[in-house]
Design a protein around this ligand. Sequence first.
Ligand code: GLU
Length: 314
Amino acid sequence: MMRGRFAPSPTGYMHLGNVWTAFLAWLLVRQMGGQLVLRIEDIDEARSHAEYKRAICRDLRWLGLTWDEGPEVGGAYAPYTQQERYAHYQDAVERLAGKGLLYPCFCTRARLMGVGAPHAGETAVYDGHCYRMHEKERAAASAVRTPSWRVHVPAEKIAFADMVCGTQEVDLARAVGDFRVRRADGLYAYPLAVSVDDMEMGITHVVRGRDLLAQTPAQIWLIQTLGGTPPAYAHIPMLVDADGNRLSKRQKGLTVRELRAAGKKPEAILSALAVAGGLIPERGGRSLEELVRSCDWYGLRPTDISISSILSHL
Ligand code: GLU
């Protein structure tokens, strides 16, 4: 059975960028006769709020993008909210530790930023500083600092065929490096949680933003290492503003609630996205059924989509 998922983080109200991802995840499932899982990714406890989770469900329902399993619906793989799944992540951490793949990392944020990260420590390839530590140094460091936990990845090539971006081949150690599975504050890291969930929930197709393409080899490797079968991936183009920046929660007027308040209709919003993304040829409001019938994935260009081109169709 084909199983897709939409996995939003409840850190703000849904905006057009989230709708675009939800729509394509939903579309692929409906076209392939599969099941759609809605999973709430709230492991970033400080930034996640219950109100946003409720709003995501409300907005998806209003848009007509219904899910077959998840919050408010239930399902065989419950719970579907990451904060309720910590035992699953802990189990995976223990299995990785049992294979001798984990080591404590005492690096400060300042040090990680200096190691060549363009924006945040998380996105840079870690230089293996704490991997090379001796036991004595480790003992001394742990006396003064709670470590995060990293997984040591092998020098292995990971290849996969992305449904939108084409063939990818990445040297895991060089391009991804040792990544964190558990933060110093005890929270689980995104790559671990998402891999465990996709694996345990039997997800066969992941549709998500292209910003996550670079993280995919790590997730494929983690799933394989934990004994699972990695899903197929479709990394879809990002929606960008006039300056080429990703849509953020700060941009005004582009949340579902604002579009709804402005009198926009769900079909019109989804059709505008489909036209701007190249999935259907011309404008004009179409029903959800028509979109499922007529949207063509081959029309999807792997380039960013400007918000203005969407708004011009809305
Ligand atoms: N929760 C992530 C986000 O909202 C998406 C994760 C994924 O689709 O793999 O950006």
